[in-house]
Design a protein around this ligand. Structure first.
Ligand code: 13P
Ligand code: SF4
Length: 315
């Protein structure tokens, strides 16, 4: 009895929050973009939910005045790089990506001096300063296509060593990876996948390319979060072992009732992604803060790398 009462209170509070967010959103001509790893209730109020490439494509095309970015800092930065005239809000400014923080522009400049002939490809999970030091950007949805499109044999790939390793298995080009990694994806261990494959022998194993190579070799498919959602929609897929951050399970179950989605590891949680809540989305729209803005000199250089990627599109 008591539990039902507190459940009702929570539902009422959420309903009021959602009503206030939608009202302010209309007043401020706002689009809410959310990454596939966001909390379920955040995904549910967004205008669009997608992977990093889809979100940057959406940001580039929107005619809204304000973008509320429900994701991590580099994603909001990318939106601001592409749309300098719009207000880009990140409801919690501490929502950074630890992998993106594993490289600085200064560190990259030093490495470039050691590899003067290399073309620099940066994963979108990087700061605007790092993008500004790079020749071209990529996401997990188009990394191999971007690398294959380059007229160069030697590539300095930053900052994800595991995505770099995955690409090196798909191309003849020489890849020198930066030693960064995603602290969430390395929690997924090969033993988790092997055990689940025994328990669910019919299930497809689909993993993100940020996973370790010993996990990737066990997968049927290696896909971006958007690619993973499209794969799950296929009629022949009935059960899926999901090797990525567990926030994506909300969207998979919502879009595919009746199918079974099994997280490869319940520990694969990105704490920074979970910093965005209905409460701080509302606060952010009320205060029009925190705004993410890039100094113009850096923005223009970073934009060149992002634009080249957007021309290439999805892999
Ligand atoms: P996607 O581009 O596949 O959505 O991945 C982003 C990310 O941060 C994965 O950890
Ligand atoms: Fe960064 Fe990993 Fe979180 Fe993605 S899941 S935002 S790579 S820490």
């Amino acid at each position: 009895m008591k539990m039902n009462k507190s459940l009702n209170l929570t539902e009422n509070r959420d309903a009021k929050l959602i009503e206030d967010i939608l009202c302010l959103k209309r007043q401020r001509k706002t689009i809410i973009l959310a990454h596939n790893y966001q909390l379920g209730e955040v995904q549910d109020i967004a205008d669009f939910v997608g992977d990093s490439l889809e979100l940057s494509q959406k940001a580039a095309k929107t005619d809204a005045d304000v973008i509320v970015f429900c994701g991590v800092h580099f994603m909001a930065e990318t939106a601001s790089i592409l749309c300098p005239d719009k207000v880009v809000l990140l409801p919690d400014i501490h929502a950074g990506c630890p992998m993106a923080d594993m490289i600085t522009a200064e560190g990259l400049r030093e490495r470039k001096r050691e590899l003067p002939g290399a073309i620099v490809v940066c994963y979108i999970n990087s700061s605007a300063e790092v993008k500004a030091e790079s020749d071209v950007c990529c996401t997990s949805a188009n990394a191999v296509k971007v690398i294959e499109s380059l007229d160069a044999e030697e590539i300095l790939f930053v900052p994800d060593q595991y995505l770099g390793h995955y690409i090196s298995t798909k191309t003849d080009k020489r890849i020198s990876p930066w030693p960064g990694f995603c602290p969430t994806h390395i929690r997924i261990q090969p033993e988790h996948v092997t055990r689940l494959k025994q328990e669910y022998p019919q299930a497809k194993v689909v993993v993100h390319p940020e996973c370790r190579p010993d996990v990737i070799v066990l997968a049927n498919e290696v896909l971006s979060t958007g690619g993973l959602c499209r794969y799950a929609n296929r009629t022949e897929v009935k059960e899926m072992i999901v090797g990525t951050e567990i926030g994506i399970i909300h969207r998979l179950r919502k879009e595919n009732p009746g199918k079974k989605f099994i997280p490869a590891s319940e520990q694969a949680i990105c704490p920074r992604m979970k910093l965005i809540t209905l409460e701080n989305i509302l606060w952010s729209l009320e205060e029009m803060a925190p705004e993410v803005k890039i100094p113009e000199k850096i923005r223009l250089k970073a934009k060149a790398a992002v634009d080249k990627m957007l021309e290439i599109g999805r892999g």
